[in-house]
Design a protein around this ligand. Structure first.
Ligand SMILES: *Cc1c(COP(=O)(O)O)cnc(C)c1O
Length: 407
């Protein structure tokens, strides 16, 4: 199939003020210091993008090209962005007395996390704009995805990571050719270093939501899950929320799908899941605020959601509230128990952030916030293999007599 080099972007828009910005230019935050959202000529997309055409294309995020920002499709950087499977958690569901419990396993993507979706788009756009040097803060997975796509694009990369970032992430980032620094601070402290370097070194700042295109890549989770479910949405989506790109992106995806006539007005309730040791969005949700105050001394094993302050806080909170959803925090103990039980019961090794979504689902069920007959979709955002695993192994001395009955 040939693709005509035509894109449908009309402009960008400040997520807070609605102020318009022209497409085809390099952007970071809006003048109000808030995220920019890409807008498309959805009436025109509606004319060309049908369910049949989508079904005829390979199952990668690039099948959604009419709803993606590249002006020239040939600038895309592909590392094999597969459509990730939606798996039933059958035995977990039986244990909980529910019927329709699914997990979308994003650990199958390049670099083992869904950060690949956002960074595939951000780096493809950086390449299109001729950007040669980028920098970003990371809790691990974003830095690895950035390094991978930047390597493929020939873009120089500097990464700052909190010193408590999992070792495997730091090494992965370095192996992929980026310069990576361990910093004695949190991810927002690392973000300040990037901002300072942007001033003095002319780096392009690839921080979460500080450039407009990562969200467009993350949006494909929403597009993809609707197509996979047979052009339906689940009743509830549990999303582990750090910077919130994925939640904001999916909410945008559903609106775009409705505007192009591929779904109706039905929406899932969006549930923002955080850890008790870092829950700024939950606190803001509970107190009815539209912006979240920074969470001091954040601590959780789920480092992907150890984000004390999010520049898109209001976009997360708006989406959660509009959807009729809620924000909920879970303990590290509950996260670890969830990871453990899904691995043993259903054969899928969740990352801690993915475990947090199951822990939150169980808590919400117990509180009556979600009903057992509702269809629930959890997000596992990275492969569990990227995290330190508990050692439950035993040793065996093959030179000694073996007590077979004890094995
Ligand atoms: C980044 C990350 C998250 C949080 O994603 P956001 O869309 O930025 O909120 C959750 N889980 C994992 C594994 C991550 O790497």
């Amino acid at each position: 199939m040939t693709y005509t080099a035509h894109n449908f972007v009309t402009h960008l828009e400040c997520g807070l003020t609605g102020e318009h910005y022209p497409a085809g230019q390099v952007h970071q935050l809006s003048a109000a210091g808030r995220p920019l959202l890409v807008r498309y000529d959805l009436a025109a997309v509606r004319e060309v993008l049908t369910r049949d055409i989508l079904a005829s294309r390979p199952a990668t995020l690039w099948k959604w090209r009419e709803l993606l920002p590249l002006a020239d499709y040939d600038n895309r950087i592909e590392l094999g962005e597969v459509a990730t499977p939606i798996l039933p958690l059958a035995r977990t569901a039986t244990r909980l007395g529910v019927e329709r419990l699914w997990v979308k396993d994003e650990g199958r993507l390049p670099t083992g996390s869904f950060k690949a979706r956002g960074l595939a788009m951000a780096l493809s756009m950086a390449k299109e704009f001729g950007i040669t040097r980028i920098a970003m803060p990371t809790n691990g997975n974003a830095g690895a995805a950035a390094a991978a796509y930047a390597a493929a694009a020939g873009i120089e990369t500097v990464i700052f990571a909190p010193e408590e970032t999992p070792e495997i992430n730091i090494r992965e980032i370095a192996a992929l050719g980026a310069r990576v620094y361990r910093v004695n601070g949190q991810i927002d402290d690392c973000g300040k270093l990037v901002a300072a370097g942007r001033e003095t070194q002319g780096w392009f700042d690839l921080s979460t939501l500080k450039e407009p295109y990562r969200i467009e890549g993350k949006k494909t989770m929403g597009l993809e899950l609707v197509e996979q479910m047979g052009w339906r949405v689940p009743d509830v989506i549990f999303y582990p929320t750090g910077g919130g790109t994925g939640l904001i992106g999916m909410w945008k995806a559903f609106a775009e799908l409705e505007a192009i006539g591929l779904i109706g007005p039905e929406r899932p309730r969006m549930i923002a899941v955080q850890a008790e040791g870092c829950a700024p969005i939950v606190r803001a949700f509970d107190s009815g605020e539209r912006h979240a105050v920074r969470w001091d001394d954040p601590a959780t094993v789920a480092c992907g959601i150890r984000v004390p302050q999010a520049v898109g806080d209001f976009l997360i909170l708006d989406a959660v509230r509009e959807s009729g959803g809620f924000a909920i925090a879970v303990s590290d103990a509950a996260i670890e128990a969830a990871v453990d039980s899904v691995a043993r019961d259903d054969g899928t090794l969740l990352c801690p952030e993915g475990g947090a979504t199951l822990a939150a689902y169980e808590k919400a069920l117990a509180l009556g916030l979600v009903q057992p007959d509702e269809e629930a979709l959890l997000f596992n955002c990275a492969t569990g293999l990227k995290y330190p695993l508990a050692d439950h192994s035993r040793t065996l001395d093959r030179h000694q007599p073996i007590d077979w009955s004890a094995i």
